[in-house]
Ligand binder design. Structure first.
Ligand code: HEM
Length: 415
C-alpha cells in the first residue's frame, strides 16, 4: 500500500507548526561556510603538498659539521635531496619494478657524487634502527632492494607496497574522505535552506505514542555517543596536521595523545551498542517490497503532501541500521586488528586493514551526518523518539502508518 496523504492523522491544525524560516536561514549560512571549506579542500587536493612524509626530516635532529665532517650547508643539502626524493606523489622509482632514473623537476635530482667521508651521515640518530623498525622492515624475507635514505625507518615507507599505501592513505582516505564529509554536510545544509524543516504536515495532535523503550534509548545513546567520540578522535588522528597544528605542536601533541587513547576507550561501548542494536532491531529492519515504494517516493522528504507507507522502520531508517551494522562491523573488526599490531597480520596486512578502516570510517561519518540531521533539526518532532521515547501520533501516522495501526490494534487506540 502506498499513501500519498497520511491517513489516521488527527486533532489540531497546523497553527502549532513552528515557523521554519529561522531553520532555513541557518541552513543557508551553514551551507555557505561549508561551500567555502569545500573549495579549500578541493584546492588542498591539487596543491601538491599532500603526502605522508617521514617523521625524521633533514635538520631533525640538527646535524653538526663535527658529526658529519662535511660543511653544514652541504650536509643539509644532501639530506634535503634525499628526503625530497620521497616527496612527490605518483612518481615512484627507482625500484625493482621501475628502474628508471628518478627526477623531480629540474631543481632536484638524484645526485651521484661520492661523499668524501662515507661515514658522514652515519650518526647515531639517523642510522641506528629501533628494534620495532627492524622487526617491521626486516622481519620477513619479503623486503627487497636498497634504501638510500638516511634513516632506517624510511625502509618501511619505501617498500613498493608502502608507496602505494601512502598514496591510498594520503589521497584516497584523507582527501576524498574530507571531500565526502564536507560535501555531504553541504548537501544537508543546502537541503535545509531550500526545503526547510520537514514538518508534521497535518500539525501536532498533542497526543503521544511510545516509539522506543528504555533499553532501546539507552543503547542508542551509548552507541551514538561513542560513535561521535570515535569520529572526533579519529578526525584528530587523521587530520590533526591540518586542523590542530596551526594552534602549535604542543597542542597537537597533547590532543593527539588524548585522541589516540580516547579512540581505544570508546571502542568497547560502540562495539557493544552495535551488537545490541543488531539483536534488538534486526526483525524490524529486514528489507520488504514496501521499501522500494518508499524509496521511489523519496521517502516523502521532498513534499509535505507525500507520505509513503511504512511499518516500524521505513527504508531510509533500514539503510541507516544496515550502515551501522555492516559499516560498524567492518570498523570493529579492522579496529581490533589495529589495536594488536602484527598479532595476526603481516606489515602488508596491517597496511590494508588501516586503509579499509580509514575509508569505511570517513564514509560512515558522512552517512551518519544524514541520520543525525534528520533525527534532530531536519524533521519536526523526530528527536523526541530517542529522547523521551514518545512521538506525536501525527508524526507516527505520517511516517509509520502501518506500525501505528498495528500498535493501536494491539493496545486499543491512543491513550
Ligand atoms: C548524535 C545525534 C543523533 C540523533 C539526534 C539521533 C536521533 C535518532 C532518532 C530520533 C531516531 C529514531 C527515529 C524514529 O523515530 O524511528 C534514531 C534511530 C536510530 N539511530 Fe540515531 N541519532 C543520533 C546518532 C546516531 C548514531 C551516531 C548512530 C550509530 C552509530 C545512530 C543509530 C541509530 C539507529 C541504528 C537507529 C534506528 C534506525 C533509524 O531510525 O534510523 N544514531 N536516531
Amino acid at each position: 500500500m502506498t499513501m500519498t496523504h497520511a491517513s489516521g492523522t488527527e486533532g489540531s491544525s497546523r497553527s502549532d507548526t513552528p515557523s521554519f524560516a529561522g531553520y532555513r536561514i541557518a541552513g543557508a549560512i551553514v551551507a555557505l561556510i561549508l561551500a567555502l571549506l569545500l573549495v579549500v579542500q578541493i584546492f588542498e587536493i591539487f596543491d601538491g603538498d599532500a603526502r605522508t612524509v617521514p617523521e625524521v626530516r633533514w635538520g631533525t635532529p640538527p646535524i653538526s659539521e663535527v658529526q658529519t665532517g662535511l660543511s653544514g650547508v652541504r650536509t643539509q643539502e644532501l639530506i634535503r635531496e634525499r628526503t625530497t626524493l620521497q616527496a612527490p606523489r605518483g612518481e615512484f622509482g627507482p625500484s625493482p619494478e621501475n628502474p628508471r632514473t628518478f627526477q623531480v623537476g629540474p631543481e632536484v635530482q638524484l645526485g651521484t657524487e661520492e661523499i668524501d667521508t662515507p661515514s658522514a651521515l652515519q650518526t647515531q640518530a639517523w642510522s641506528t634502527p629501533s628494534e620495532d623498525a627492524v622487526a617491521m622492515a626486516r622481519g620477513s624475507n619479503h623486503v627487497e632492494g636498497i634504501s638510500t635514505l638516511p634513516y632506517v625507518g624510511a625502509e618501511v615507507f619505501e617498500r613498493p607496497f608502502a608507496r602505494d599505501w601512502r598514496l591510498g592513505m594520503a589521497d584516497i582516505a584523507t582527501h576524498l574522505g574530507a571531500l565526502a564529509i564536507l560535501g555531504f554536510a553541504f548537501l544537508l545544509a543546502a537541503f535545509l535552506a531550500i526545503r526547510g524543516r520537514v514538518p508534521i504536515s497535518s500539525g501536532k495532535s498533542g497526543r503521544k505514542i511510545k516509539r522506543f523503550g528504555f533499553l532501546e534509548r539507552f543503547t542508542h545513546w551509548m552507541t551514538s555517543g561513542s560513535f561521535v567520540m570515535l569520529a572526533l578522535t579519529g578526525i584528530v588522528i587523521a587530520y590533526g596536521d591540518t586542523l590542530i597544528l596551526p594552534f602549535g605542536s604542543y597542542v597537537l601533541g597533547q590532543t593527539g595523545w588524548l585522541a589516540t587513547w580516547g579512540h581505544m576507550m570508546f571502542f568497547p561501548p560502540f562495539a557493544l551498542g552495535v551488537l545490541v542494536m543488531f539483536v534488538m532491531w534486526i526483525r524490524d529492519t529486514l528489507p520488504s517490497k514496501l521499501d522500494l515504494k518508499w524509496l521511489k517516493q523519496g521517502g516523502g522528504l521532498f513534499s509535505d503532501e507525500v507520505h509513503p507507507s511504512a511499518r516500524r522502520f521505513n527504508a531510509g531508517q533500514k539503510l541507516i541500521f544496515w550502515t551501522v551494522v555492516l559499516g560498524g562491523g567492518v570498523l570493529i573488526l579492522s579496529g581490533i586488528n589495529l589495536m594488536f599490531p602484527f598479532f595476526w597480520l603481516s606489515i602488508n596486512g596491517m597496511g590494508w586493514v588501516m586503509l579499509v578502516h580509514a575509508i569505511t570510517a570517513v564514509l560512515m561519518i558522512a552517512v551518519m551526518l544524514g541520520h543525525i540531521y534528520i533525527g534532530s533539526v531536519g524533521m519536526q518532532g523526530s528527536f523526541w523518539a530517542m529522547w523521551t521515547g514518545d512521538v506525536d501520533r501525527n508524526l507516527a501516522a505520517e511516517h509509520h502508518d502501518l506500525w501505528l495501526k498495528e500498535i493501536d490494534a494491539k493496545r486499543g487506540p491512543a491513550e
